[in-house]
Design a protein around this ligand. Structure first.
Ligand SMILES: Cc1cc2nc3c(=O)[nH]c(=O)nc-3n(C[C@H](O)[C@H](O)[C@H](O)COP(=O)(O)OP(=O)(O)OC[C@H]3O[C@@H](n4cnc5c(N)ncnc54)[C@H](O)[C@@H]3O)c2cc1C
Length: 380
């Protein structure tokens, strides 16, 4: 029997495999991943210091253990070079694997800034365990960290690092942190709480060049004579869906690999979920959409074609200095934020035609998350 092949070993891949095994014990599963295929929780990368974790003890189960738990064959450290949707095969370096159904759980990759200077290549990004091991090695015994990108991941890393006695400066073109996710009052609240911990923000500017300078790196900011010094520069400017394999196989891609509500791509028997997938027009690179997708896809893979539903799924941002819960409206047109700010934090509600369609809560007001979530519409 041809196996169901899953490419990837992140939360998407392992969640769909786990859900599938709950309803089907027999069909062979083959998981192929270009990384170690060890199972870990990616969200823990940005608060690992606070939890006294490193790249080794973030691993919850090694790939051999996962293979046993899932009754699956796992090919770790194995790059898939190409997919042939007509022959229904995936091509490895020296092997061709046939599939009955193929699941793309390819994740997303960090966007790289184009920066000048002889030390531009020193910029690190953290999107997996290997990156994290490299980052921890780089910061060992060092003090000054510059983070590029005041978004969700940048602010989480900044909070984690400053609590562990690093000097942290966050640089970005935005007016305030998480500008793309939060209304200004909430972003400013986060900024002031992070500044209270000692984090410095250099906003409305970008890094133009990074050069070696004695024992440190020297960052040239746009329109500034001032030079910023750093031991380590971490880029957290965002991720983009991994679509290369799919587009090379003539599978339709847009921002992500385009799938319908059954998570089927434009190719027969090929499905996608997680950070690589654009589900019914939405790329939502968070855990809750993955969990919903994995449950629905497991049903479809076992023959019971099932559409995924996306209820409202607020994201909790791991900045202990200023806890934040965000339920972004599906679109911000034809609506407005109503902001209520007090000593406990910010409560921002987004209304469209008098209906609540999104919210942001900061500080102690995060306690209102459950009750507001009940009033939100589902995405689909
Ligand atoms: C630092 C950080 C903190 C986060 N915190 C949160 C949070 O608090 N809450 C939340 O909801 N979300 C959070 N997220 C987002 C969440 O972690 C991701 O949405 C989720 O982990 C994505 O899982 P995935 O399996 O889709 O992708 P990945 O985990 O990226 O897995 C992709 C897999 O595909 C494999 N692969 C890719 N191409 C190939 C190929 N050609 N051949 C073989 N293998 C291949 C890779 O090796 C990898 O195993 C965070 C993300 C980051 C980076």
């Amino acid at each position: 029997m041809k196996p169901i092949v899953i490419i990837g070993s992140g939360i998407s891949a392992y969640s769909v495999a786990r859900e599938f095994r709950k309803i089907n014990e027999k069909t062979p599963l083959h998981i192929i991943s270009m990384d170690s295929a060890d199972n870990y929780s990616k969200p823990m990368l940005s608060n690992a210091l606070a939890n006294s974790k490193n790249a080794t003890n973030l691993v919850m189960a090694e790939s051999a253990k996962m293979a046993e738990q899932l009754s699956a064959k796992i090919s770790a450290n194995t790059l898939v070079h190409a997919i042939d949707t007509e022959k229904q095969t995936v091509n490895l370096a020296s092997e061709v694997i046939p599939y009955s159904k193929l699941v793309l759980a390819l994740g997303a990759k960090p966007i790289r800034l184009s920066i000048n200077g002889d030390a531009a290549e020193q910029v690190l990004a953290v999107n997996n365990l290997t990156d994290y091991a490299k980052f921890r090695k780089a910061i060992k015994g060092k003090k000054d960290i510059v983070i590029l990108g005041p978004g969700l991941i940048g602010c989480e890393f900044a909070n984690d690092l400053v609590q562990n006695k690093f000097n942290v400066t966050v640089v970005g073109p935005d007016k305030y942190p998480l500008e793309r996710m939060l209304p200004q009052a909430a972003g400013r609240h986060l900024q002031s709480e992070l500044e209270n911990l000692g984090i410095k923000f250099k906003l409305e500017t970008t890094v133009e060049a990074i050069n070696f300078s004695e024992s440190q790196l020297q960052l040239q900011l746009a329109d500034e004579v001032f030079l910023l010094k750093a031991d380590v520069v971490l880029s957290a400017i965002g991720l983009k869906s991994e679509v290369f394999l799919a587009s090379e196989a003539n599978i339709i891609v847009n921002k992500g690999i385009v799938v319908d509500k059954t998570l089927q791509t434009s190719a027969e028997n090929v499905y996608a979920l997680g950070d690589c997938a654009e589900v019914n027009g939405l790329v939502l690179p968070y855990i809750m959409p993955i969990m919903n997708s994995a449950r629905a896809l497991a049903q479809t893979l076992s023959g019971n074609i099932t559409e995924v539903s996306y209820p409202a799924m607020p994201v909790v941002i791991k900045t202990p200095a200023c806890p934040i819960a965000v339920a972004s409206p599906a679109n911000e047109s034809d609506g407005e934020w109503q902001i209520d700010e007090n000593d406990e934090g910010v409560k921002a509600c987004f209304y469209q035609s008098e209906n609540l369609t999104g919210f942001v809560l900061t500080g102690e007001r995060v306690s209102e998350k459950q009750s507001l979530t009940k009033d939100l519409p589902a995405y689909f």
